[in-house]
Design a protein around this ligand. Structure first.
Ligand SMILES: *[C@@H]1O[C@H](CO)[C@@H](O)[C@H](O)[C@H]1NC(C)=O
Ligand SMILES: *[C@@H]1O[C@H](CO)[C@@H](O)[C@H](O)[C@H]1NC(C)=O
Ligand SMILES: *[C@@H]1O[C@H](CO)[C@@H](O)[C@H](O)[C@H]1NC(C)=O
Ligand SMILES: *[C@@H]1O[C@H](CO)[C@@H](O)[C@H](O)[C@H]1NC(C)=O
Ligand SMILES: *[C@@H]1O[C@H](CO)[C@@H](O)[C@H](O)[C@H]1NC(C)=O
Ligand SMILES: *[C@@H]1O[C@H](CO)[C@@H](O)[C@H](O)[C@H]1NC(C)=O
Ligand SMILES: *[C@@H]1O[C@H](CO)[C@@H](O)[C@H](O)[C@H]1NC(C)=O
Length: 468
């Protein structure tokens, strides 16, 4: 039993958490994985097979477990990024869903699609194990089990309509959700969830202009507390002790200064996703006209060596932090400049003892461990890039003034709002959109979970509500 659970958990991590994680990290550094791929250009296997892949596994046969239609996998499978690409003819009863999906991605003809998107297969059908309330059951007896798969076959169950787990890389069109999938919506047996875990809402043109679409979903997860029910942050937890000084992990001012390497430029810049809504590459090219910057990412780096991309992203995060510690200042410009969208780009330099030159969330003050912006330089505060360069020049010449940006390290306590926020995330991160959906189906939840999540005036100021 234990082994089976481990296997299922592993599958879940393999198919859901890992791709998301890898994509998030990957898109932050390497632009090779382009957003909104043109599906019609993808290479498809010419193999035709209408053979239905059957399996004896209980996962496939068990009709009593609630189903979650994993729309979030469609993009990867259709573009050939995952699994067996054998094509099957799209059965006529699913044509409206498939056509709506394909039109949302400018793909012309979807009369043939990978068989795994139609029929339940071992490869993409997994049981997820959850606790009452919506946490993953990690290594403990689950309260609920749900079956998830990207296969349209889930819609054949006449007793129980499947729930839907969507992500915003799949364009949220009215045709797909309002028309094609709407008939399968069922108050009692199916719940709809949306996750925008990877990027801010502004990163997805299909959502940013249609925030009303969010009201279609029973539960949503993303970065902006004004729109989403649940806000998670998987990055901050890696750096929080180095910021709050838990277990004496925070660098002192002396340690910060000792790590600086004299020969370096004052500023470090590492970005490899160069074409972002924040236009950071253009900003940096302008800044570099006035001040010297060490460029160690792909963007703005003519001598970029492709072999660097072989670096393990996890290892890369450690490398980036170590490198940042050697610099007085580190560029922290987010992919998009959206409310509440704050990422490891800020946390890494703060943890490393390098002053972040930050451009990102307009409400960044609410996220800082220090008062009055005293631990970052907020690039929004400057009318010209030249002014930024002038300030940096003057700070590099005056140690006392530079140290001002590290004075917060001497305080015994960081700003209390920062602690409340990290406590919130510590709890929120234990939930997953799939387990929330699974829990809501099992409990036939008519909005209780959502109401509890939204009951807090401001999720970072209030305790995370108990959902169980
Ligand atoms: C893909 O699936 C088809 C149909 O189930 C099967 O015949 C074929 O061998 C599979 N191909 C690979 C590479 O697994
Ligand atoms: C499938 O459903 C039956 C009840 O119909 C249950 O006893 C069994 O444990 C389920 N199998 C799995 C893998 O959950
Ligand atoms: C779509 O493709 C199939 C086979 O790939 C072909 O038989 C059919 O005519 C095409 N339909 C359209 C509308 O292009
Ligand atoms: C980025 O550049 C585009 C095109 O010049 C412009 O429309 C957009 O407003 C810019 N975005 C920001 C955040 O400055
Ligand atoms: C890129 O880096 C690799 C490994 O460090 C090295 O072997 C190779 O010569 C470099 N290529 C260029 C063009 O600099
Ligand atoms: C903006 O810059 C001015 C002048 O340096 C400073 O007094 C002010 O505190 C800064 N405000 C923010 C929000 O960084
Ligand atoms: C450095 O800045 C401080 C505070 O602004 C000032 O009192 C001091 O004279 C400056 N030192 C130099 C060498 O300019």
């Amino acid at each position: 039993m234990f082994h089976r659970r481990r296997h299922l958990l592993r599958s879940c991590i393999l198919f859901v958490v890992l791709p998301l994680l890898i994509f998030t990290i990957y898109s932050a550094f390497f632009s090779t994985f382009s957003f909104a791929p043109n599906l019609s250009n993808s290479t498809q296997s010419p193999v035709f097979s209408s053979t239905r892949t059957v399996s004896s596994q209980s996962t496939l046969r068990n009709g009593s477990i609630p189903d979650i239609f994993e729309l979030s996998l469609w993009r990867l499978i259709l573009t050939g990024g995952k699994g067996n690409q054998t094509l099957c003819e799209t059965p006529s009863q699913y044509r409206s869903i498939v056509d709506a999906y394909c039109r949302a991605h400018n793909r012309e003809n979807c009369s043939m699609i990978p068989c795994t998107l139609i029929y339940l297969t071992d490869e993409f059908t997994t049981n997820i194990e959850c606790l009452r309330g919506g946490k993953f059951a990690t290594g403990i007896q689950p309260d609920w089990i749900c079956r998830k798969s990207p296969a349209l076959e889930l819609f054949t169950n006449s007793n129980r309509k499947p729930s839907i787990c969507a992500e915003a890389y799949t364009t949220l069109t009215a045709e797909l959700y309002g028309q094609a999938l709407a008939p399968y919506r069922d108050e009692e047996t199916s719940k709809w969830g949306l996750t925008l875990e990877g990027e801010s809402i502004g990163y997805y043109p299909s959502v940013a202009s249609k925030k009303r679409v969010l009201s279609l979903f029973d539960i949503s997860l993303g970065y902006d507390r004004r729109f989403f029910d649940l806000i998670t942050d998987k990055h901050l937890t890696d750096y929080v002790n180095k910021i709050t000084n838990k277990h004496n992990r925070r660098l002192t001012i002396n340690q910060v200064l000792r790590k600086k390497v004299k020969e370096r430029a004052p500023i470090l810049w590492i970005n490899s996703n160069c074409d972002t809504p924040s236009n950071r590459t253009a900003y940096m090219l302008e800044l570099m006209r006035y001040i010297s910057v060490d460029v160690r990412g792909k963007c703005g780096n003519p001598s970029w060596n492709k072999s660097y991309t072989l670096l393990d992203p996890k290892f890369f995060a450690i490398e980036k932090t170590t490198l940042a510690s050697e610099y007085l200042f580190t560029i922290a410009i987010e992919n998009s400049l959206e409310y509440d969208y704050v990422t490891e780009k800020l946390w890494q330099p703060l943890a490393a003892g390098s002053v972040p030159l930050y451009l990102g969330a307009p409400n960044i003050d609410e996220w800082l461990p220090c008062y009055d912006y005293s631990c970052i330089i907020n690039l929004r505060n400057f009318t010209s890039v030249e002014d930024v360069a002038n300030l940096i020049h003057s700070l590099t010449r005056n140690r006392t003034r530079y140290i001002d940006y590290h004075r917060w390290r001497r305080e015994e306590h960081v700003r209390p709002s920062f602690i409340t926020m990290t406590d919130y995330f510590q709890e929120a991160n234990k939930y997953s959109i799939e387990c929330l959906i699974c829990d809501m189906v099992h409990r036939n939840d008519h909005g209780t979970t959502r109401r509890k999540l939204l009951a807090a005036n401001n999720p970072f100021n209030d305790k995370f509500p108990s959902l169980s």
